[in-house]
Ligand binder design. Sequence first.
Ligand SMILES: C[S@@+](CC[C@H](N)C(=O)[O-])C[C@H]1O[C@@H](n2cnc3c(N)ncnc32)[C@H](O)[C@@H]1O
Length: 423
Amino acid sequence: MTAADEGTGAAGLAALLRPDGWALLGALPPYDPDRALALGERLRADGVPAETVAAALTQSRLRAAARAKLGGFADGMLFTADGLEQATRLPVAARHADRLRAAGATRVADLGCGIGVDALAVAGMDLAVDAVERDEATAAVATVNLRHFPRARVHLGDATGFPDALPLARPGTTDGVDAVWTDPARRAGGRRVTDPERWSPPLSWALGLPGTGVRAVGAKVAPGVDHDLVAADGPAAGWTAAWTSVDGDVVEAVLWWGAAAVPGTRRTATVLRTVERDGATQVQEVGTLSDAGLPQAPVGDVGEVLLEPDGAVIRAGLVGHVAAEVGGRLIDPSIAYVTTDEAVSHPLARAYEVRAVLPWGLKRLRAHLREQGVGRVTVKRRGSPLDPEELRRALRLSGDGEATVVLTRRAGERVVLVCDPLG
Ligand SMILES: C[S@@+](CC[C@H](N)C(=O)[O-])C[C@H]1O[C@@H](n2cnc3c(N)ncnc32)[C@H](O)[C@@H]1O
């Protein structure tokens, strides 16, 4: 057993699932890394077996780490370190589940369920869920995490055998699986696997799921997935690829098929933001764009305002949509910045007032910023090879003023835009 396995391997989990182990985990104080060692020593001195102590402290640490993704739910769950890293954030999982429910799903197979966060969200929508996981300890953890839902079942096995061991919904039956969710493992040996055919299960397997006769499929993919996949002649023609960001981070892309796809739409971008409301943290939708009727964006000179679209919009290739909605243009056909001549705002983009447009040159930029009394800069780049940190150091600025420096290209030429954030 490696240090990473301590407490999340089969023996550690077994210790926690005994009544005394479970009670100990529930009775631990909030996790404090500075006190964990002393707490462990005290518990062992009190006669608690070392394995139980290690397992309980590991879970306590993972629960604390899991709060960022799962909020207060984390406190009643078990984790493996890998499972937590790969788990969907709960508000995003809730949106998957809601989409499947809206597609008419009543019983969902979650193929490769991990520690069960997506399955939990499906079960929380009052749908039945069959969660399939091939790793024994992970399946055990998912079983614990789904324990409050009588219509949720975890199956230890290979997802690629679907629908072998599960009943499919058939005309005239009321209890078969009618929708599939799959979130493949896209990491191996701690590294991201970029080739979709080396994901587990591979993408080509997921794209074959409509052939099983279900009414809806959702398959998570990497945010960098090729747009050609959903082209009219692509392997996922007819699917809708949906990118989602939370607080500016692109957290996922999902391919939706059947009743969960949007007819005539290949790509969408949804922007979510965390807000505090009545003392509670909620994740809210700011907006969604889709490629249906996507206009061709014009390209032209940098105007008064620069708009930087959200990462999900960029990944989904919908920057032209933002340009069309604000009556703006691109500053370069290959660069994801939009510009306008008047002050505008767009919910899925950050806006800047452009103070100056300079051809690229370190000395010229330094002289300009010093003249303007700028001592602090935020450096952004798009289409520029320069390292923002190195540039900041090389500028050697002093002064009270602030500016956002955008390193980019205009009509193929390297330029620097000196801007101020708007609103
Ligand atoms: C990215 S994780 C799923 C995370 C899950 N959606 C969640 O939010 O908790 C992928 C899981 O698929 C499992 N897996 C990979 N290949 C599998 C296969 N062929 N059959 C069953 N499970 C598989 C891995 O063990 C891993 O736990």
